[in-house]
Design a protein around this ligand. Structure first.
Ligand code: COA
Length: 163
């Protein structure tokens, strides 16, 4: 039964955007539990700490049933997913350009653990061009990001970039 499934939604989320929040909400329509798992891709040096990135999600989903926000590092995603009892991995697919990377990651994760299924969800088209890097770039050059990221992120970015 789809509605008993616990899914993990992993990412760097530096910072979370409205596209990421949209994916969590869509995941909640399908799965009983969605665990947002804040991690870091080895090639990225995040602007925000693990705790800050977790706090952005907690602020958005405070009191929402079925959502948890955790972080993990120095561990394989499939191992962490198993440890918390997740049966599925959620990834967002915005455009064809995401496909190659996601395809590789999915097949590698499957090679590592064939029982964890990856499910792709498409964000609303209004968010299909957003990425965390672009949000940071636009904010750093004084552009308006209020429709791209949640208020807590907009505020934190304004403070961080001023500093
Ligand atoms: N809306 C907006 N942006 C989205 C999005 C959506 N719905 N979906 C993806 N993105 C963007 C992100 O903002 C990010 O953009 P950025 O590069 O500008 O920051 C980009 O797409 C992809 O980032 P993300 O989805 O966070 O993935 P990631 O590649 O940074 O993180 C992990 C990948 C953490 C899941 C991966 O590194 C991992 O699994 N690590 C654990 C170690 C492991 O198991 N390695 C083997 C993996 S096969």
């Amino acid at each position: 039964m789809a509605n008993r499934i616990h899914a993990i939604y992993p990412g760097t989320f530096d910072p979370p955007t409205n596209g990421h929040l949209d994916i969590v909400r869509r995941g909640l329509r399908l799965f009983a539990r969605v665990t947002v798992a804040v991690s870091t891709h080895p090639s990225k040096a995040p602007l925000f700490s693990f705790e800050e990135r977790r706090a952005f999600f907690l602020e958005e989903f405070r009191g929402a049933a079925g959502v948890e926000v955790v972080s993990f590092e120095q561990e394989l995603l499939v191992g962490f997913a198993r440890r918390i009892g997740a049966q599925a991995i959620i990834r967002g697919l915005r455009a064809v350009s995401d496909f190659d990377y996601e395809f590789q990651m999915t097949l590698m994760n499957r090679r590592l653990d064939d029982e964890l299924e990856t499910i792709f969800l498409m964000p609303s088209e209004q968010y299909s061009f957003i990425s965390s890097s672009l949000v940071k770039e636009v904010a750093s050059l004084g552009g308006d990001i209020s429709r791209l990221a949640p208020p807590s992120v907009c505020k934190a970015l304004a403070g961080r970039l001023k500093a």
